[in-house]
Write a protein that binds this ligand. Structure first.
Ligand code: MF3
Ligand code: CO
Length: 257
């Protein structure tokens, strides 16, 4: 069952998305060569606390960290550890928070200091694929119209979409129906309706789409060792244009003192 949010519920969910966005921005600004992924995760935890929010990931199916930090060939769900990020690395940061009883979920890949042209191109293709998908997030369309837009854009730019992990409905729970794949699977025929809130999140590989999960049970890596990027927004279907709920809007967010 797909949960449609009322205007009242959206009024509670928008600030959750704004906190998720603010924490993601701040984490990106915190990144610099030499910082460990543990320090980055701890910084995210302290920013969430300052906003009076909690991690939506910590403890989810025993996930052990506050955010997901995936480096280079890591695709998603990378775990914080003593690794130091280095100049030229690309880091995928996924931030989900619980605030006001709702979840905001967003992700972005950034370079540490600088990166190769190849890496920048992968990040650009992934981010633009996200907006191609969002552009289809309107009533009258189906979930698979989002999937097709993402897949077509990615593949026409010589990259590949990950199949094993998908976007999702989001609200009071992190994973609601429907699933939002980044490829056409023939099963995502649900009609989009106003009040649906979707996490649209292309995971894009520079090489083969194939991935595997490391022995830590979480970290997803590309099998060919090539780079991967990840961009995500929480998006509301409206009567008209899609609303990007995790955009950098200016809202009166209270810091908890
Ligand atoms: N944005 C990801 C998702 O929606 C992050 C989940 S990480 C997990 O699935 F640890 F919570 F699973
Ligand atoms: Co998500």
């Amino acid at each position: 069952m797909i949960i449609l949010k009322s205007e009242r519920e959206l009024e509670a969910m928008r600030p959750a998305c704004q906190v998720a966005r603010a924490v993601l921005d701040e984490v990106c600004d915190f990144i610099q060569p030499g910082r460990t992924t543990r320090e980055i995760d701890q910084f995210a935890a302290s920013r969430m606390k300052d906003y009076g929010a909690r991690s939506a990931f910590l403890g989810y199916r025993k996930y052990p960290c506050y955010i997901c930090i995936s480096v280079n060939d890591e695709v998603v769900h990378g775990l914080a550890n003593e690794r130091r990020v280095d100049f030229g690395d690309i880091i995928s940061l996924d931030v989900g928070v619980i605030y006001n009883g709702f979840i905001g979920d967003n992700a972005r890949t950034v370079a540490v200091g600088g990166c190769s042209l190849e890496a920048q191109r992968l990040m650009d293709v992934t981010e633009r694929a996200l907006y191609e998908g969002i552009a289809q997030a309107r009533p009258g369309n189906r979930v698979e119209d989002i999937s097709r837009a993402v897949q077509t854009f990615v593949e026409s730019n010589g990259c590949s979409v990950v199949r094993e992990f998908v976007g999702h409905g989001v609200g009071r729970s992190m994973h609601e129906e429907p699933q939002v794949p980044n490829f056409v699977d023939g099963k995502s025929r649900q009609k989009l309706r106003p009040g649906m809130t979707l996490a649209i999140e292309p995971m894009v590989n520079a090489g083969s789409p194939a991935v595997k999960v490391l022995k830590d049970g979480w970290t997803v890596v590309t099998i060919d060792g090539q780079l991967s990027a990840h961009f995500e927004h929480t998006v509301l279907i409206t009567e008209g244009e899609p609303e990007i709920m995790t955009c950098p809007a200016r809202m009166p967010l209270k810091l908890r003192v």
